[in-house]
Write a protein that binds this ligand. Sequence first.
Ligand SMILES: Nc1nc2c(ncn2[C@@H]2O[C@H](COP(=O)(O)OP(=O)(O)OP(=O)(O)O)[C@@H](O)[C@H]2O)c(=O)[nH]1
Length: 429
Amino acid sequence: MSSTWFLFVVVAVVVLVALLVTGLLIARRRRISLDAQREVEEKKPKGGSYAASGGIALAPGGTAEAEAPEHPVEDRPEVDGQPAVGDDAAVPRDSAQRTLRDVKLPEAPEEPAPATEEIDPATGRLERLRGRLSKSRSVLGTSLLGLLGAGDLDEDSWQDVEDTLLMADLGAATTNQIVERLRDELSRRAVRSSAEAREVLHEVLTAQLSTDSERAVRALPHIVDGKKQPAVVLVAGVNGTGKTTTTGKLARVLVAQDKSVVLGAADTFRAAAADQLQTWAERVGAEVVRGKEGADPAAVAFDAVKRGIDTGVDAVLVDTAGRLHTKTGLMDELGKVKRVVEKQAKVDEVLLVLDATTGQNGLMQARVFAEVIDVTGIVLTKLDGTAKGGIVFQVQKELGVPVKLVGLGEGPDDLAPFEPGAFVDALLG
Ligand SMILES: Nc1nc2c(ncn2[C@@H]2O[C@H](COP(=O)(O)OP(=O)(O)OP(=O)(O)O)[C@@H](O)[C@H]2O)c(=O)[nH]1
């Protein structure tokens, strides 16, 4: 019995030892696997799968819906708390916002409207400007009247009459015609007094200046397809003849008759020309259309006419550039201006501006222009500053185009209609 108990105790001890060893082994293995797991955990980057080299951790994307934070700004439902256009990034978007309506704009300082000027009525202008022709008068009028009023004229005296007319730039053909008519009339009427001589001279000179052509400047609107269409006037001429000044003066005449005007600064050759025209426009209260310096004159002319049509004005006056380097160049430029303008409106008037002080040179310019473009009227400027008023006779005859206007000074109202009788009156004093 004692040996049985001894055997039982030994087996129990062995089993206990075995259990103890197994338990220790299991405990050790568990401890190792937990450490390894921690290592793995520690190697895992924070912030999920994104590892930013700059060290900025971002939240993972994906489809899982993050709960939208409740927005405290109730008065901006339309943006749901997001920054809106015009928000100041420096101001927290939750701070109270002013609506656009609350923002008061500073009052724009009122631009003083350019003062428009008093414009002299155009009627009877030539009469009022009679004194301006004094230089022309001193040559033509005084000399001729002195010769013719002296009674019977010998051949030398007639030669003097001829020379006087030639010196006043009437040209050979016109001079011959005038001398012939004077001889006939003086002998036919048996003129004895200087008053009678003046009458004959007046008649003959006036007849020389008369023409069947219309002298009115076609600058009033007309109806096309039942719609009012502004008159389109091109002002051409060599630079320096007084184109821009004439365009401005003509605008004044129109505005004085309650007509609305658009001025086209198509003389892009000289920047100051556009400024000059703008000044004229401001003075009369007209609109000016201008391009950049060196812009295509035809494009500016087109825009001016378009503006005139769109705004329903009465007249569009286009100041063109008049470089006369070559006839081809001029032809290209002026011809193009006219062609381009006529894509939208007929050109009603082409006024050629000639400087009376240039005498025969002016006549040569007139010939070139007349070949390039259909000139419909002549403006003779600076008649106040020349003794050669006779160019009026010649230019009209040569071109077969009437002188419509004369410039008698630099003043804004120193533009007069050309009336042969009044002109000769002024010439003879
Ligand atoms: N005495 C006098 N001067 C005039 C007359 N018309 C124009 N002028 C002057 O002539 C000069 C030239 O005139 P503008 O109108 O600039 O001539 P333009 O042909 O337009 O010349 P650009 O501007 O160079 O194209 C200016 O000083 C004008 O004041 C006139 O009838 N009499």
